[in-house]
Design a protein around this ligand. Structure first.
Ligand code: HEC
Length: 218
């Protein structure tokens, strides 16, 4: 009898210590010195737990040796042409534009519109910024160095916040910049760029009033 009771007690003790071990292990992991992002710190003098990058260090994979490609600027001046490093990332210029269109339609068109006229859905449905999304079809933006588009995506512009988190890859930002140039051309192509067929159709369109005008005149 006595030995049986002892065995039971021993068994119970073993289970209890096992449980204790388990919970002990859990709370050890749970309650350990650590900080969560943006939590206050009582260790650093400025009380910020999230630390800025250490001066003069480069994070793995973030070495920037091509200023034009990674910033759109060279010595503080916007670049006039799309850097070769960006073009080299794509199979062909057509593929680059296709990618640019896809990224533009996702990241920019809700505000700037599919043709870049500044009339995206968000703009139409009460976008209440002091300044509405820009149309790309102004003389100023038609003549601006292409690096400007890369720079606006990367650092934002006026009331537009940076779009870099939605377009993190350099080559995608350049693809969008190239596509904006294509959009600009699509709205104002010089006649010399049109083929015979298009020139003839343009002339015909110029001679006849458009359908809506014709209806209006009746
Ligand atoms: C949430 C809405 C919004 C989105 C999304 C957005 N923009 Fe804008 N963008 C604006 C607004 C608003 C302005 C006008 C800012 C101002 O003039 O202060 C603007 C201005 C611009 C300009 C004109 C800068 C100038 O020199 O006048 C460019 C170029 C531009 N955006 C490019 C882009 C590109 C490229 C994307 C996508 C990667 C994008 N934007 C996404 C709202 C947006």
């Amino acid at each position: 009898m006595a030995s049986q009771r002892i065995t039971t007690i021993l068994k119970a003790a073993a289970v209890a210590s096992g449980l204790l071990l388990l919970t002990g292990c859990h709370t050890d992991m749970w309650i350990q010195p650590k900080v969560k992002p943006l939590q206050e710190s009582d260790f650093f003098p400025d009380r910020q737990a999230s630390r800025p990058k250490v001066a003069n260090t480069v994070a793995l994979g973030q070495l920037n040796t091509d200023e034009a490609y990674t910033t759109g600027l060279v010595n503080g001046k916007l670049v006039e042409t799309i850097p070769a490093a960006a073009i080299a990332k794509f199979e062909s210029p057509a593929k680059m534009l296709e990618r640019g269109r896809e990224r533009f339609d996702i990241a920019c068109s809700p505000c700037h519109g599919r043709v870049g006229d500044g009339k995206g859905m968000i703009a139409q449905r009460g976008f209440s910024e002091k300044r509405p999304p820009a149309s790309y079809h102004s003389d100023r933006l038609r003549n601006i160095p292409v690096g400007h588009f890369f720079d606006v995506i990367t650092r934002g512009f006026g009331t537009m916040y940076p779009a870099v988190y939605r377009v993190p890859e350099y080559e995608d930002r350049w693809a969008i910049a190239a596509y904006i140039r294509a959009l600009q051309l699509s709205q104002r192509a010089p006649k010399s760029l049109l083929n015979e067929d298009d020139r003839r159709r343009l002339q015909e369109a110029g001679q006849k009033p458009s359908e809506s005008e014709a209806a209006h005149n009746e």
